[in-house]
Design a binder for this molecule. Structure first.
Ligand SMILES: *Cc1c(COP(=O)(O)O)cnc(C)c1O
Length: 371
């Protein structure tokens, strides 16, 4: 089945006596045992599994073309569960433009247990040069946050395979509808489902999806079930509800994203636009090959510095000045001031999450803000 059909039907997994067309929210934390001591309903205790979470994991795994998924209570904990499943002393290669929260995790929580090199993965050969005896994984993020760098998944996967390394991909900016890293050779895909998958800025979540049942995947499942950072049945219900419209939302985000990127590119007050859909983007050809469309995330450099950039985020009216991304409403953010004094993000950079409002209104709002 195609994504539009899967998104609507594959989460409706289980049958109830009342004939519900959409799955009910199953709040029970525990499930009855039968006379033989087994669990006829397939669930034992809701930290381990429950109907809403199983349905969510099934649809996400199918949309990514994976084998299984583990859903978590946030994107950060999804990534952290993979880092926790690695053997202490392991070396991992990560992107220089890695999502800020993961960089912080690796540099603080895992500072004593994992070795990390942050590398520009838009040049896959650089990754290969940094492989060491204890390297176990290459983590990529494409498109990346906030510079929208695109990593060639096929090229990086060839390197990972050659050296027997796990390839994991943070695919949050693409969502499962614009890019399927497993089809390009990734072993594990990660999403913050708080973003496009949820799509309405009202639920936190994260997910890991695997291409195969491996020893590492068993460890991740263990971190999920015994660690217990799982989403609630209501969170899973909200995400399942959101996923039904995900393919159509991604079309709208991509159309609006492209139109705003093209408009801003020609604006005299804009120094640069980072959007993988623009032919001028340095990895546009790679993006065109591995993505079906380019999504609603873009960053711009405003002419001037932090003052000029902050003036724009304070003057727009429709774009809400807030962190996060992927919701139906447009958001805008001055990244450097969120990331703090040690950030490498340019001071005049504004990150934009283009929502599903009418593009004419979004363009008019930006024009009045840029002045
Ligand atoms: C938001 C985000 C995360 C973290 O997800 P949370 O749900 O906020 O914990 C990870 N990676 C990327 C690219 C993100 O945008």
């Amino acid at each position: 089945m195609k994504p539009e059909t899967l998104a609507i039907h594959s989460g409706n997994l289980y049958k109830t006596d009342t004939g519900d067309v959409t799955p009910p929210i199953n709040l029970s934390t525990t499930f009855l045992r039968n006379e033989e001591g087994g669990y006829s309903g397939g669930h034992m205790y809701s930290r381990v599994s429950n109907p809403n979470r199983s349905a969510l994991e099934a649809v996400l795994s199918e949309l990514e073309g994976g084998l299984e998924a583990c859903a978590f209570s946030s994107g950060n904990t999804a990534g952290m569960s993979l880092f926790q499943a690695l053997k202490p002393g392991s070396h991992i290669i990560a992107p220089d433009d890695m999502y800020w929260g993961f960089k912080k995790q690796l540099q603080s929580i895992f500072a004593d247990t994992l070795e990390i090199d942050f590398i520009d993965l838009t040049q896959p050969a650089l990754a290969e040069q940094h492989i060491k005896e204890n390297t176990v994984m290459i983590w990529v993020e494409t498109p990346s946050n906030p510079l929208l760098k695109v990593t060639d998944l096929k090229a990086i996967s060839a390197i990972a395979k050659k050296h027997g390394l796990v390839l994991a991909c943070d695919s949050t900016f693409a969502s499962p509808c614009l890019q399927n890293p497993i089809s390009w050779g990734a072993d594990i895909v990660m999403h913050s489902s708080t973003k496009y998958i949820g799509g309405h800025s009202d639920v936190l979540g994260g997910v890991l999806i695997t291409a195969a049942k491996t020893e590492l995947w068993e460890k991740i499942r263990n971190v999920q079930q015994i660690g217990g950072a799982v989403p609630s049945p209501f969170d899973c219900f909200l995400l399942l509800r959101s996923i039904k419209t995900l393919p159509y939302r991604m079309r709208g985000h991509s159309t609006n994203g492209m139109a705003l990127a093209r408009h801003l590119q020609q604006h005299p007050k804009v120094e640069a636009v980072y959007y993988p859909g623009l032919p001028e983007h340095p990895q546009h050809d790679v993006a065109r090959e591995q993505m079906t469309d380019f999504g609603g995330m873009l960053s711009i450099l405003v002419k001037g510095g932090a003052t000029e950039a902050r003036k724009v985020v304070n003057t727009v009216k429709i774009f809400a000045q807030a962190t996060s991304l992927g919701g139906v409403e447009s958001l805008i953010e001055h990244r450097a001031s969120v990331e703090g004094p040690d950030t490498k993000t340019p001071q005049n950079l504004i990150r934009i999450s283009v929502g599903l409002e009418h593009i004419d209104d979004l363009i008019a709002d930006f024009d009045q803000a840029l002045g």
